[in-house]
Design a protein around this ligand. Structure first.
Ligand code: ATP
Ligand code: MG
Length: 313
């Protein structure tokens, strides 16, 4: 029996209780399926069955596969994060945290599904049209203009301030975990390393985004008195630095001029004059403050939001 007919028969059986409109919605999705689409039958953990449509593989990482697709629940494109069932608890934890930090600049997660075959767990989330900040910066020529930089700064600082106000630390902020919508609005993603501020441990992270006080002692546990939010503060600083310069801070050419004889780098000296000309004075100030080498001087994000210079742009 051709696959399409089998699918239609399958659907008409388990969903016999559905009204016409839901059945029609399923049929519309089926009719729009192209040859390359794959479907997966799932349930939501409470026995409610459904169908997910997978269109294009976006990325495969160590533990997950990311797919662009469609679902019956939303009239817009969605993205699925799939993990093997042995990582189920990790994905559920990520989902719960992302639901508890709901904010317009944090990626919205819409649901968790379990494949009927039982081997895969899937998180359903909004799609970010422009993928991640790194891919965007790599594929666009020239530098980002001032209004967009200012918008990113405001959105990222306010999203992360919100995460901290809910008692969580993201812990893996980097340009691949910052997604961009079609109108270049930021959506913070990948809360797979996140945890409550007091319980946070370094698990998965990109060392390029780790603050200096922890980078030098990566194998040791984080000292109990350390405020783990400072990891995100530094991470936001590095992301904003990269968005402006398309460079990593402390690469050879930049380090030479920016660090003092002790290897310390006061945040204010990080940016060259030519970088400062391409951004607002507010942006340069925020990057400098967040990337203060001295952790004791590095401000909380909620403090930054309250400063006059933050709202100047
Ligand atoms: N909702 C989305 N919309 C568009 N692209 C996405 C979305 N979610 C993830 N991606 C893409 O997939 C990549 C990996 O996603 P994510 O960081 O959530 O997975 P991961 O398993 O934690 O991967 P990694 O180990 O590389 O961090 C992102 O950097 C981004 O390019
Ligand atoms: Mg990631």
């Amino acid at each position: 029996m051709p696959f399409g007919s089998w699918l239609i028969q399958w659907i008409s059986r388990p969903f016999r209780g559905f009204g016409d409109s839901k059945r029609k919605a399923y049929m519309d999705i089926l009719n729009s399926l192209e040859d390359t689409d794959k479907v997966m039958f799932v349930e939501n953990g409470h026995g409610k069955k459904g169908l997910l449509v997978f269109r294009q593989k976006i990325k495969k990482s160590g533990t997950s596969v990311i797919y662009a697709g469609a679902s019956l629940m939303e009239p817009f494109p969605v993205v699925y994060k799939l993990v093997n069932k042995k990582y189920c608890d990790l994905l559920l934890k990520e989902y719960i945290i992302m639901r508890s930090v709901w904010h317009r600049n944090i990626l919205h997660v819409r649901g968790i599904h379990f494949s009927l075959k039982g081997n895969v767990v899937i998180m359903r989330m909004d799609a970010a049209y422009n993928r991640d900040l790194y891919s965007y910066l790599r594929t666009t020529e020239g530098y980002v203009n001032k209004p967009v930089l200012d918008k990113w700064m405001k959105e990222l600082v306010s999203a992360m301030c919100h995460v901290h106000s809910k008692g969580y630390v993201h812990g893996d902020l980097n340009y691949k975990n910052i997604l961009l919508t079609k109108d270049l609005s930021i959506r913070v993603a990948d809360f797979g390393s996140a945890d409550k501020k007091s319980k946070f441990k370094l698990t998965r992270y990109d060392p390029k985004f780790l603050p200096p006080e922890l980078n030098s002692r990566r194998l040791e546990p984080i000292p109990a008195e350390y405020d783990t939010r400072l990891i995100d503060v530094w991470g936001v600083g590095v992301v904003l630095f990269f968005a402006l310069t398309k460079h990593h801070p402390f690469t050879e050419s930049i380090t030479m001029s920016a660090t003092d004889v002790h290897g310390n780098c006061p945040g204010e000296t990080l940016l060259y004059d030519e970088d400062r000309r391409r951004c607002s004075s507010s942006y340069a100030k925020v990057v400098g403050k967040l990337m203060d080498y001295n952790a004791a001087r590095r401000p909380k994000l909620c403090y930054i939001i309250r400063q006059d210079y933050f709202s100047e742009t």
